[in-house]
Design a protein around this ligand. Structure first.
Ligand code: SF4
Ligand code: SF4
Length: 439
């Protein structure tokens, strides 16, 4: 039987060899830390500390600002210096709590937690919500809300997204081979919430060591199994992952729960484990610092709020001045204009490249080769959608299912005419979605 996968997709040079053999190193921040109040989808968090106050590592700095929101915790001990707006990784300004690190890492006392088997479902969900856990694969959606579907008994699959299909990023891979017990622990917690569900770890076949470790660990877990996926981008996109593992299809107006699925990525499941099994909040995450401009690419356990420039310095700094710095991977990440931004719960990588391949491309006219159609995992006609987008023809764009684009960038990657298909379709899609919300 062939490997599990989806239709379409591409095989870019994965660039993972730069950092995949580099063990996770704890990053030690030196200066001040900036805790963004908006590092999740939903309402910004509201500060509960005052300027001048001493805070401990693990202390709550800001509480959730609504039902869809998440609290923020200090990852060091120190003094609250300011509460002000600063640039976040995406280039927009966000409110931040600035803490001067005193270097003592004095930690707060955490409330004791019961053994998992003695907890009620509500207690588990509250621990996850109170710990500030959000989707750490990039979405930043509060995990408590995601794990509270209307009909939990209809959830049949809890999927651990272990694909890590974005080129260059190796943070999840290192977690899987260095701390697979914590990942399996997170799955165990989520399965307690869904009595009729089975847990699946979906791992691409370019990670044999991770497949072997996880398979060994779940050998006696009746409700868990490891499934091997074909290595292909964007195998880790939620819709493609669900389809490959269960054969179920969802579109942009459906949630995974509508197909009986819940999907969480590796770092999120590890944070769930920390919240429920250890009773500790989300204060850190693994980030890959990589690219051909970096002296010593690696994977770092970074405290939330740490300055990203310091992380690049930990990776030996630049050996060559980068032409382009990206937050995340090359396919779905976004260009950074400064490294002086804080690590957030959704920061997965800092990619520093000596060539800006997109800027070097001179687009030309479409030659109707059909390659973009072949690779589109959402089964769209990107060339046509980009035409509609360029003409600002929202009606035709929507009629031809432009809203189903997930901005994976596969079409731009293969286009011999170097058309910026993803950019054109992505911006039309955003404005069409905004117009739909207004109606
Ligand atoms: S149209 Fe959208 S979903 Fe399809 S390949 Fe292009 S970016 Fe990806
Ligand atoms: S890949 Fe580029 S050149 Fe080929 S059909 Fe699509 S838009 Fe046209």
């Amino acid at each position: 039987m062939g490997l599990l996968t989806f239709k379409g997709g591409i095989h870019p040079d994965d660039g993972k060899k730069l950092a995949r053999e580099k063990a996770i190193v704890p990053a030690v921040p030196s200066g001040e830390l900036a805790y963004a109040l908006s590092q999740h989808i939903g309402a910004p968090a509201n500060p509960v500390v005052k300027v001048g106050e001493r805070v401990l590592k693990g202390q709550k700095l800001a509480e959730a600002g609504g039902f869809v929101s998440a609290p923020i915790y200090a990852s060091v001990s120190g003094t609250v210096k300011k509460i002000e707006t600063r640039f976040g990784p995406s280039g927009s300004k966000v409110g931040c709590i600035i803490v001067e690190n005193d270097g003592e890492y004095e930690e707060t006392e955490y409330a004791p937690v019961k053994p998992l088997e003695k907890m009620e479902k509500d207690e588990i969900l509250n621990l996850i919500g109170d710990a500030g856990v959000v989707g750490m694969g990039g979405a930043g959606f509060p995990t408590k809300v995601k794990l509270s579907p209307k009909e939990p008994e209809k959830i049949e699959y809890v999927i651990a997204n272990c694909a890590e299909c974005e080129p260059y990023i190796t943070a999840d891979y290192r977690r899987m081979i260095e701390e697979p017990e914590k990942l399996v622990g997170g799955m165990r917690v989520v399965l307690r919430l869904f009595d009729n569900a089975k847990g699946i770890f979906g791992v691409e076949d370019n990670k044999p060591e991770a497949i072997a470790k996880l398979t060994e660990l779940v050998r006696h877990e009746e409700r868990m199994e490891v499934k091997v996926l074909k290595t292909k981008y964007p195998q880790g996109a939620e819709r493609q992952l669900i389809f490959a593992l269960t054969g179920r299809a969802i579109n942009s107006s459906m949630l995974p729960a509508d197909a009986g699925c819940v999907v969480d990525n590796v770092e999120t499941l590890i944070s769930i484990n920390r919240a429920v099994v250890e009773g500790k909040p989300l204060m850190e995450r693994v980030i890959t610092v990589t690219g051909d401009a970096v002296s010593e690419p690696g994977n770092f356990l970074a405290p939330i709020g740490m300055n990203q420039r310091e992380l690049v310095e930990m990776a030996g700094g630049f050996k060559t001045e980068p032409q382009k710095v990206i937050s995340g991977g090359p396919m779905m990440g976004f260009a950074m204009f400064t490294l002086d931004v804080p690590v957030t719960k959704t920061s997965s990588a800092i990619l520093c490249m000596t060539k800006d391949e997109v800027a070097a491309m001179e687009p030309s006219a479409c030659i109707n080769c059909g390659r973009c159609v072949e690779v589109c995992p959402s089964r769209l006609i990107p060339s046509r959608l980009a035409d509609y987008a360029e003409r600002n023809d929202e009606q035709s764009f929507t009629k031809w299912e432009g809203l189903e684009c997930m901005e994976c960038g596969s079409c731009s990657f293969v286009c011999p005419a170097k058309r910026q298909l993803k950019q054109a379709i992505g911006s039309m899609r955003k404005s069409a979605l905004a117009n739909r919300r207004k109606k």
